[in-house]
Write a protein that binds this ligand. Structure first.
Ligand code: PLP
Length: 435
């Protein structure tokens, strides 16, 4: 039976105020609950796998700040390291040993990059990687895929037009057409479209950028063979392959999707997990490629708060936990068990729901298709079912990201008990959605 909606008195009051301060009441659009029922919950605190909102409602959290919190909220190792470093000052605009420490942690344990540059967000990492690829190849065009999100820089807020290979159309007001004209957009999982693009723009494409684990428009898992095809066609054409690992980096394994698929990109971008919940992004490549960046190279990129000591401290503490033996095995097997059990329930009931998963990421698709590898295969009408499930789950103390196109994340803080409670809530919610 449907449960009554949770009380939202304080959150609703805060939201009313927020709407007078911020466009739509939020500082990032998806937080506004536009795709689900109700108004946004204002979160007061988090601990482990749980969060509490302003009205005192408690939830098991599967949004995990959209991915960064692979250890859950307020992990003691992260909190203690940040608190220790904060005592010495917040920012210097000069190098600190902490930047070396985080770089060493990463570079000593990742054979896919030799040098790294820290920035303050995933958007910045990707924007800088694109500039590096353009500066290195002395070409202007980039190719991206429909359904992959790479942050909100101008060149990347571009979606496919109609046709197999298209110049992009802007997906935001304010992006000059001239910028979108430099971005080619093709479907994922389509080697013919790639061949077509490389034939049409021979010698012009600086970089192909892909989320090797596309996780921003559902979870559009690609075959290794397709990613290898991409690697090969880039190599044959002198085009740089950029893996945007802002989500997959440190998530599907410490070395991210590059190691998961065993494919060497030319540049890799990181964000989210790398900063332990504080604003950090990064991009890395071979030393030869990275040395094209200022101050020794001609590609300019800078940042007042880049390598911020407090943010570095959070990253060091979090990544150190990830390197402990068995970390990923435990997390991945816990996730696989959870997803299998939910799928089994769904199958027994005969509901048209398929859970896609990799590592500790999962996505609910309201479909009967066994495989979804392109954005076009998602039926927008199916999002109504997600919306209903989201409401039922919230009312049962389960917090998922407020959009059916978003994936869920499991952290090392999620206990077996949390997952049992969540399964029961999902079963009850789906019975209502399909009842
Ligand atoms: N790239 C990918 C794959 C992302 O998922 C995101 C954010 O969700 C970004 C880039 C942008 O990162 P940020 O939101 O930190 O700017």
């Amino acid at each position: 039976m449907s449960k009554p909606d949770i009380s939202r008195t304080k959150s609703a009051e805060l939201y009313e105020k927020a709407k007078t301060y911020f466009p739509g009441g939020v500082n990032s659009p998806v937080r506004a609950f536009k795709s689900v029922y109700g108004t946004p919950l204002f979160i007061e605190k988090g601990d482990g796998s749980h969060i509490w909102d302003a009205d005192g409602n408690e939830f098991i959290d599967f949004c995990c700040s959209w991915g960064p919190l692979i250890l859950g909220h307020n992990h003691p190792a992260v909190r203690e390291k940040v608190t220790e470093v904060m005592q010495k000052g917040m920012s210097f605009g000069a190098p600190t040993a902490l930047e070396n420490e985080l770089a060493e942690l990463i570079l000593n344990n990742n054979k896919y990059i030799e040098k790294i540059r820290f920035v303050s967000s995933g958007t910045e990492a990707v924007m800088s990687a694109i500039r590096l690829a353009r500066g290195y190849t002395k070409r202007d065009k980039i190719l991206k895929f429909e359904g992959c999100y790479h942050g909100h820089s101008d060149s990347l807020l571009v979606k496919a037009g109609s046709g197999l290979v298209t110049f992009g159309e802007t997906s935001s007001a304010g992006v000059p057409k001239a910028f979108a004209d430099e971005t080619i957009v093709v479907s994922l999982d389509d080697t013919k479209a790639l061949d077509g693009a490389f034939a049409e723009f021979k010698g012009e494409i600086a970089a192909v950028i892909i989320e090797p684990v596309p996780a921003n428009n559902g979870l559009l898992l690609q075959d290794k063979a397709y990613l290898q095809y991409l690697r090969d066609i880039c190599t044959q054409n002198g085009t740089m392959l950029i893996f945007d690992e802002v989500i997959s980096g440190f998530r599907v394994g410490f070395e991210g999707a590059a190691a998961y698929y065993g494919i060497q990109p030319n540049i890799i971008t990181y964000g989210k997990i790398i900063g332990g919940g504080l604003p950090v992004g990064a991009y890395g490549a071979s030393a030869e490629v990275m040395d094209h960046i200022s101050p020794i190279g001609s590609v300019y990129q800078a940042g007042t708060l880049s390598g911020n000591p407090v943010a570095m401290a959070a990253g060091i503490a979090q990544l150190s936990e990830l390197l402990k033996p068995g970390f990923y095995d435990d997390l991945h097997s816990k996730t696989a068990r959870f997803v299998n059990e939910v799928q089994q329930f769904v199958n027994e009931r005969g509901y048209p729901v398929k859970l896609f998963t990799i590592g500790s990421i999962f996505w609910f698709a309201f479909t009967e298709q066994e495989r979804i590898s392109t954005a076009e295969q998602i039926d927008p009408a199916s999002m109504v079912k997600f919306k209903e499930m989201h409401r039922e789950l919230l009312n049962r103390g389960i917090y998922m990201g407020p959009s059916g196109y978003e994936v869920g994340f499991i952290s090392s803080a999620h206990t077996q008990e949390d997952l049992e409670i969540t399964k029961t809530a999902i079963f009850d919610s789906l019975d209502i959605v399909f009842g």
